[in-house]
Every structure is written in C-alpha cells, then in structure tokens.
Design a protein around this ligand. Structure first.
Ligand code: NDP
Length: 790
C-alpha cells in the first residue's frame, strides 16, 4: 500500500508573512526598525527554493542600537524581581503553545525539516523550555546557591539554522530567567520563527528592550561578539566560528558558552535489539536530515553482527519517504540551503575517493525541485578517513566495526569532538561501564537525540564548553556576587619588622640548593639546565629554583597522562589521600611558616596562619570530594537522567604569586579532589612553598603523575600550557595581559580556561578562596540517559 501526500495547510503562516508585507525589519527596543544599511536579503523555502520573505541586514550601527536598547531595559528588568520575570516567561510559554501550529508550519517552510518533527519535537520543546525556566526565574532569589550569584547584564546570542526556534528558546529562556536582557541573532537562512517570536514578545507586553532580535549574516554576529557593552556571548554553530569567538573575546572578561560540532559515536554491542537499533539509527542520523550537532553519525558496531545490521539498515532506507517539509507523511525533508547541500556532496565525493563504499536507496529517487540529498550509508571506512573525522551535517552514516569493548571505547573517543554518544546493549552493566569512559557531554543508552529543558546539554573537547538546560545551564548566565570584592591590588598581610635572610627560629639554613622540578612522582632536573635566583620581597637573595621550559612542560603533561588511575578512584579514596596531605603538612607547620616568612617578609604569626588555613582548606576539599555530586534530572520522558560531574582531565594550574602556600593549595587541591591530574606552575616570586611540597606529596600516597610541578617564568610556561593540545583545562591567576594570552592561545583545542583578568582575591577569606565554585570549574557534567518502561 502506498501513502499519498498529506500536506499541512500553510495559510496562517502565509498570512503572518503578508502581515509584515513579506519584508521584515529589526526588532529593537520593542519596535520594528528599518536596518541602517537599507539592505535586505531573501529567505527561501528549501523544499522548493521559492522566496518566502525579505530579511533585514543589520550592520554595526544596528548592533549598537540593539545593545543600547538591551542596556536601557536592564535595570528595570532586574528591579521587577524574580516573580515578575517568572510571569513573563510563563506568558511566553503559553503564547508559544497557543501559536504552536503557526510556529510549526513556519519552521518547516523556512528550514525544510519534516513537519512531523517540528510539530512533535521542536515546538513542544520550545514551550517546555519557557515553562521550565519560568520556574527557575521564580526561585532564583531564594535558591541557596543561585542567590549567591547575580545577572551578567546584556547577553549576545548567536544561533544556527538547524533548530531555529528551539535554539532561540535554549538561549533566551535561561538568560531572562536569571535577570539578563538579550540581543539575539538568528541564522541568515532561518530567521522567520525568531521574528514571529518577536511578535509574541510584543503580544505579551514584555518590557521594551528585554529581547531584541537582529537579523543578518556572519558579520552581524561578529559585531555583536565584539561589542564592548555585551557581557556574554552564547553561541551555537560550527567549531571554526566558535574558535573565532574565543579569540575575539580573549581578555575582555566576556563570559562565553560555545555549543559546537560533533562526530558522535553510535555504539552497537552484539546483544542489542537490532530492530530497535535500526529505528535508533533513523532517529540518530536521518532526524532533521542529519543536520544535528549531536547526530549519531559514526556507527560503531560489534563485528559479529555488523553485516546483519547493515542489511537491516539498507532495508529500512529503502522504505524511507522524502519530500516537501509540509507533508505529514515524510521521514526526510530538505537540506537547509544549496550551500549546505554542496558541503555534503563534496564530503561524500571525498569519502568515495578515499575508498569508502557508498550505499544509497535504489527503489526511490529524491524530489528534484528543492535541496534534497538521499540517506547514505558508508562502510569500509578507516578510523582516520575524512568521513570518520569531519562533521558532515547531512544524512550520511559512516559505519565501522569493532571486536572488543575496549576497542569500541577507543574508536568512540578517536575524535576531536565530544558532544554526545549513544550505547546500544541489553546489558545495563555493560552500558554503565562504557558510559563514563566515553568523552562526551551526553550519553544516551538504548535511545538517542532525546532532549529536555531539565537536563544539561553541551560538549567536551572541541564540541565546546558550557551547558544549556538543567540547573547546570543557569550558571552560564550569572556570576558570583563575591567577585565584587576582588581587588586591583594584592591583599596585604602583616609584615615582619625584623629583617632576616636566614631562619634562626628553626635552624633551617638559607636555601642554598637549587630546587628541582617534580613530575611523574619524581624530582627532575630542568631540560635547559638553568636556574632562577629568588629574592625575598625585600630584595635579599634566598635561593634558586629550576627554570622550566617548553620541554619540561611537555614531560610533565606526558607524566600527567600516564597517571591514569586517579580519575577512576572514588571520592572517598581521593579524600583519604587529601587528609593524609593535610596530616603531613601540619606536622611541618613551623618549617613551611618559616619559608613563607623568608620569601614574603610576612610576620611569623601571619605565616603560621597561612599554613593553618591551608590545612583547613585541604580538609574542605577532602570533605567535598565525596559530597560534590550530581543530580537525577526530572525529564519529561521515561528516562532516569543522571547528571554526573566528571574531571576535566589533565589541567594546567598557574598559581597566584601572592600567598605562596595558600594560593597553591587553594587552586591545586580542588582540581585534584575532582579527579584531575595537574601540571602546576607555582608562584614565580615565592616558589619554595611548592618545591618544599614535593616531600609532602611523596609521603602522602599521591599517585605519580597526579601533581606535577614546573617552576620558572610564569607567563612563558602558562602560554606553553595554553597551546598544548593534550591539556584539557587551564586556570591562570596572574596579570590582565597574561589572562588575555591564555584565552586566545587556548582556542585551538577549546580548553576550558579560568583566568582572573589581573584581579586579586583574598585567599585568606573563605568566601573568596574556596568553595563549590572551584569544583564547578574543575569538573564538567555528563548527562547519562537511561530509558525505562516495558
Ligand atoms: P556557522 O557557525 O557559520 O553559523 C552559526 C551562526 O553564527 C549563524 O548565525 C552565523 O550567521 C553566525 N556567524 C557566522 N560567522 C560568524 C562570526 N564570525 N562571528 C559571529 N557569528 C558568526 O555555521 P554555518 O551555518 O556556516 O554551518 C557550517 C557548518 O557548521 C555546518 O556544516 C555544520 O558542520 C556546522 N554547524 C553546527 C551546528 C551545531 O548545532 N553545532 C549548527 C550549524 C552548523 P550566518 O547564518 O549568517 O552565517
């Protein structure tokens, strides 16, 4: 039996376009305004290439206007309070629901995606996002954690074309809920539902300027990124543009969250239910024509069942229906634009040239009038092939096989990305064993492409950083109130009135040896053989430390990667080691205090206090090591969704120069308490607290490779760490220029960075120097979805 077409009626969507005379202006300060450039471009329907409307091109003058409008609206938006903001968000949710059909049709017309998907997935999720965040808005000032944070200000948001309205809701809902105002730029190819959303903002009486929508090309986005009054950029799109944004905002203090590309593995073990797997694959790679950042585009299948699965997939592909997006009977719609179609065609050509075996359905042909590309399966693909590594962003599945579980994990992680993954097996033990081993922000077990406002979404590695959705996503739109206490100058400590170059109190001689460096659990001489003289703060020579260079950092990074077991230890096991460190440190309290006096001219009482505070701080992180845990999110589908904090991996820590012991402890200990292995560059001016610490590490059961210490020129070493591709995260406490360099240089592998922009915190103040904020920076959330039901 053949299905006939079942087209949805587009009359309401056409009336909406006609109401704007098929020519859209910019939505700034609550009003429609002509673009300063006077330029417009066409928005077309990819199902038939016909023009739908003209869209304004915003230039820098328009960006200025929109940011000014958002800035003007900000104080009142903050002042009206949590409950009023919650009411507006609720009104937006209701209005999206009431206009669901109009949004659905308009989205499918503009983007080419099947109406079944916009109707059943995109638009309901949009409404859900506004509802969920109406709730966060309501409790924002009473939640014990959130109330310690404040809004950022004006937020610039740049979204792609693959889920136009859904991405808008992922951006706008949390930003408004946390008290920010926004300027949003939709993708040039798919602006229409954002413009309809602007109408909705007017209808509910959202205060003018709280939401501004400016349309345009990449240059409009770039102007928004560079605007000095924008406090944060939230971006979803390609990894290349993500890197441009990281570099452009370096050193400005603008917060950024980047949700970038992916090459997500879809792993099928031999005991999986293959019929469910086939439907899972349809959902993984043919949902939205494969134009999905988390598409399961790499099929990894256990060798014993590979051929059987491939033939089932081919049979299913023969039965897929492709056509006009408004036809309710189709499975696959149109590719968004001729440009994207060309990218897909070129990559497929490369795949064939590199020896891949291409298979496409033979029983039906693509429609000819729009931008269509058939579902495609590639086999005989090497793990290093272009198609196995590059994001295609089209309906192209690339299949490879594996023999052992270990090989499956290796293949899955053989990518620069880390957005999502999907594991198929009937064995829950196997699924939960594999899930933590995959380097990705989302793991779906026996399901795929499931989303919800209550669960965070976002990547590892070059898939970007930051989360959208869930409580974890809110932190992208707020900043700690405590930052207001940070200073342009270091906090001073009580100074000794007696000048001394030796420590007569404890009979410790002046440091006349050259302290070595420390990596892989051993002390090591510097590669260059040089040492650096260290003077006290009053200028007296007190000793020498090794001058580390690029090679020393490289060795330390290698050592850190070899120290593998630490991340896998339980929080309790890590806490035991931290307590042991504290125990050994307190025993040598006098000696550490004397060194501090020698280096900083602090008085003895203050130095002893610094050691005591360091021990106290180690206790805090030992306490939190098994208490800073995740959540089980209340998602709307039948899933247990576990949000699990995982270590970042190998991290560089560039310590503050001041508070030589407490600054070292306050940064290194939270990072290792979360299971990271670290390469530490200690205080450049007062490094001996860190070099004395080697003996503590050696006697406290800290496994080799967990803490590695390289002394020397702080900024030079920091920049080597920033450029190193095998370093996953980097904290830097130094100058403004140093901070700028770290953010700029870290863009190549999208490191998670945390810098202080030259501001000082008082490390002795617990509110500034310790707490869960440090652990949040030392970990990233993985969401594991486990469906239930029979
Ligand atoms: P882009 O990353 O170029 O576009 C995403 C958004 O950023 C759009 O609004 C775009 O505007 C804007 N933009 C482009 N350049 C800049 C810039 N320099 N500064 C600020 N904003 C900018 O993605 P494309 O649309 O070009 O798609 C290219 C590839 O990116 C795809 O083939 C796919 O691999 C990947 N991609 C990934 C997505 C994801 O969800 N992770 C989504 C979309 C694409 P404009 O639309 O005018 O170009």
């Amino acid at each position: 039996m053949a299905y006939g077409p079942a087209p949805e009626n587009a009359a309401d969507a056409m009336s909406f376009l006609d109401a704007h005379k098929r020519k859209f202006e910019l939505f700034i300060g609550g009003k429609w305004q002509k673009p300063s450039s006077g330029e417009y471009y066409d928005s077309t329907n990819p199902s038939n290439k016909k023009n739908l409307a003209k869209i304004s091109e915003a230039n820098t003058a328009d960006v200025d206007k929109a940011v000014a409008a958002a800035n003007k609206a900000l104080p009142k938006w903050v002042e009206i309070g949590a409950h009023s903001r919650a009411r507006y968000l609720y009104a937006l949710a209701r209005q999206v629901q009431k206009n669901a059909r109009l949004f659905t049709v308009l989205e499918s017309l503009d983007n080419g995606k099947p109406i079944r998907e916009t109707r059943d997935i995109d638009i309901p999720l949009v409404a859900r996002h506004f509802y969920h965040h109406a709730g966060w808005a309501q409790i924002r000032d009473t939640d014990p954690e959130l109330r310690e944070y404040k809004e950022l200000g004006v937020v610039g948001q740049i979204i792609p074309w693959n889920f136009p309205l859904l991405m808008l809701s992922w951006k706008i809902a949390p930003a408004l809920a946390m008290g920010n105002t926004v300027v949003l730029k939709p993708a040039e190819d798919t602006s229409l539902t954002a413009l309809l959303f602007a109408d909705i903002c007017q209808q509910i009486g959202l205060p003018d300027g709280v939401v501004n929508i400016i349309t345009g090309h990449g240059s409009t986005g770039a102007a928004l990124v560079e605007h000095k009054d924008v406090q944060k950029i939230a971006f979803t799109g390609s990894t290349n543009v993500g890197k441009i944004i990281r570099r452009a905002t370096a050193g400005t203090g603008k917060k950024i969250s980047l949700e970038l590309g992916g090459k997500s593995p879809f792993i099928v073990f031999e005991d999986a239910d293959l019929d469910s797997v086939v439907e899972g694959i349809v959902n993984a790679i043919w949902f939205n024509q494969g134009q999905v950042c988390c598409a399961g585009s790499r099929l990894l299948v256990q060798e014993s069942i590979a051929e059987k699965l491939y033939s089932k997939i081919r049979a299913r592909m023969e039965n897929m229906r492709m056509g006009n997006a408004l036809d309710k009977c189709i499975d696959i719609g149109a590719i968004v634009s001729p440009g994207q179609l060309k990218i897909i065609e070129d990559l497929v050509k490369t795949g064939v040239e590199e020896g891949g075996s291409l298979w496409q359905p033979t029983s039906w042909d693509c429609p000819t009038e729009g931008c269509f590309y058939p579902p495609t399966l590639f086999t005989d693909i090497a793990p290093s092939a272009t198609l196995a590594q590059e994001e295609i962003f089209g309906p192209v599945l690339v299949a490879m096989s594996f023999r052992t579980h270990q090989e499956a994990v290796k293949l899955a992680n053989n990518t620069r990305y880390g957005l999502a993954s999907s594991i198929w097996t009937e064995n829950i033990n196997l699924a939960l064993d594999i899930a933590p081993k995959i380097k990705a922000g989302v793991v779906w077990t026996n399901c795929t492409n499931v989303f919800d406002a209550a669960a965070g979404f976002g990547g590892y590695r070059e898939s970007g950083f930051g989360r959208e959705g869930g409580k974890e996503g809110l932190f992208e739109y707020i900043k700690p109130r405590i930052e207001e206490l940070f200073s342009d100058k270091p906090f001073t400590k009580a100074v000794s009135t007696t000048k001394k170059t030796t420590d007569s109190d404890s009979n410790i001689p002046t440091i006349d040896r050259t302290a070595k460096m420390y990596y892989g659990g051993k002390q090591a001489r510097p590669d260059g053989g040089y040492s650096t003289k260290i003077n006290s703060s009053s200028g007296d020579y007190i000793g020498e430390v090794s001058t580390g260079n690029r090679k020393d950092i490289r060795n330390a990074v290698e050592a850190a990667h070899k120290g593998k077991g630490w991340a896998g230890k339980t929080g309790h096991a890590r806490a035991q080691v931290l307590y042991y460190i504290a125990e050994n440190l307190i025993q040598r309290k006098e000696e550490f205090a004397n060194r501090i006096c020698l280096m900083t001219n602090q008085n003895k009482t203050s130095a002893l206090q610094e050691v005591e505070q360091s021990v106290d701080r180690i206790y805090t992180y030992a306490a939190l090591a098994d208490k800073y845990d995740g959540r089980v999110h209340h998602t709307v589908t039948s899933n247990v969704t576990i949000a699990m904090p995982e270590p970042i991996g190998v991290m560089g820590i560039v310590c503050p120069d001041e508070s030589p012991l407490l600054g070292f402890i306050s940064t290194v200990i939270p990072a290792i308490s979360m299971g990271n292995n670290v390469i530490v560059v200690p205080s450049q001016t007062a490094p001996f607290s860190a070099t004395d610490f080697y003996q503590i590490l050696e006697t406290s059961d800290v496994p080799a490779g967990v803490v590695n210490i390289i002394t020397g020129g702080k900024d030079e070493l920091a920049q080597v760490l920033a450029k190193h591709d095998d370093v996953d995260g980097l904290w830097y406490f130094g100058s403004q220029q140093g901070s700028e360099a770290i953010e700029r240089l870290s863009a190549d592998n999208m490191k998670r960075t945390w810098v202080n922009y030259g501001k000082y915190r008082n490390w002795s103040d617990k509110a500034q120097g310790e707490g869960e904020g440090f652990l949040r920076r030392a970990s990233q959330i993985k969401n594991i979805w486990i469906p239930y039901g029979v």
